[in-house]
Design a protein around this ligand. Sequence first.
Ligand SMILES: NC(=O)c1ccc[n+]([C@@H]2O[C@H](COP(=O)([O-])OP(=O)(O)OC[C@H]3O[C@@H](n4cnc5c(N)ncnc54)[C@H](OP(=O)(O)O)[C@@H]3O)[C@@H](O)[C@H]2O)c1
Length: 353
Amino acid sequence: MSDGKLRWAIIGTGHIARKFASDLRFSKTGRLAAVGSRRAARATAFAEAMGGGVTGGETAAVLGRDDVDVVYVATPNGDHVNVALQVIAAGKPVLIEKPVAVSADEARTIREAAAAAELLAMEAMWILFTPGIVRLRSLLAEGRIGDPSNFNASLSYARPYREGDKLFDPRSGGALLDLGVYPIALAQNLFGAPDDTSGIAQRLGNGSVRQAALSLRFADRLATIACGFEAEGPNQAVVMGTRGFITTKGPLLCPPALAIRAKSPPGPYVPADDGQVEPLEKPSRLAALSNLRKLASAYRERLVMTPFVGTGLQYQADHFAECLRDGLTESPVHPMAASEAVLRTIEVVGRRG
Ligand SMILES: NC(=O)c1ccc[n+]([C@@H]2O[C@H](COP(=O)([O-])OP(=O)(O)OC[C@H]3O[C@@H](n4cnc5c(N)ncnc54)[C@H](OP(=O)(O)O)[C@@H]3O)[C@@H](O)[C@H]2O)c1
């Protein structure tokens, strides 16, 4: 760590591995040091393309290296549990692509192995660390829309079925595991683990989930969520509270802006000294116009810009580094128990397809 930055290894050389490698260039805390693959030649080619002294090798060799501090697992969903356990056995903290595993039981296995080894393990639920969602949490905490009671989100892209594509694998693919995890994780991040889950999934001929609709109850709060491979959706989240609502603008996974529409808090009611009710007067046209303006401005939409650089995958890596700096073995924002809870929610809905 000669430059004080965490040295990352990526396991896997596919689509998201490349994006993460590219975004790490914007990280304040880390840099790419190594790439691991099932085939050394593929890792070497990836590393050479990255430049900057990055080296490649077979996964086991990379995990054994002293010049690797932390590992990001970017392999297909069905392999996450095995690769994560391999990383933990090698004594390294691990950031695992979403979904962290393909069942809640597998997620628990990772959580328990990391806890026993006193190592940080976290699902790469990057949406929760983007500037847009960090700002959403702070606006809610400031009470900008009063008491939040309702969450609604969709994440849906039209993806034509292709035989053999892992996206449509009945065990490790499907719309709930590929897309649903994001809005469910966001709802649970804002409101906690649900007390009650209901929903329904529609399946393709091979048994994988093509679309799903969910309702979650959290004490006195509710969330409704849709996800699917059938349609291009609005792909946004809305949080509603007693004074208004906040909507994500632009891509949900890394929103570049938020829109707030909130009423000003009502002034206190002050009765007349003598307790008499004032007679109502017909307002003048001018007073009516001014009232209308006040009403409109009370509901005016305010745009809060939440700019980011790159794709935005680096913010989760910086959070991971902060956890390590603070000696944590669980993220306070997205602990492994939260990932496990998301998969349990998915399992409840998946059973009703
Ligand atoms: N955060 C996001 O926005 C986002 C976006 C897309 C995907 N993801 C997640 O990232 C993970 C990887 O997705 P991807 O789209 O990057 O997949 P991909 O393009 O297929 O890449 C996966 C890589 O994993 C390695 N691998 C190891 N075992 C494998 C196996 N049994 N079959 C195939 N490849 C294997 C391969 O690298 P080697 O051949 O070099 O071993 C392959 O290049 C998934 O969990 C997915 O859900 C996240």
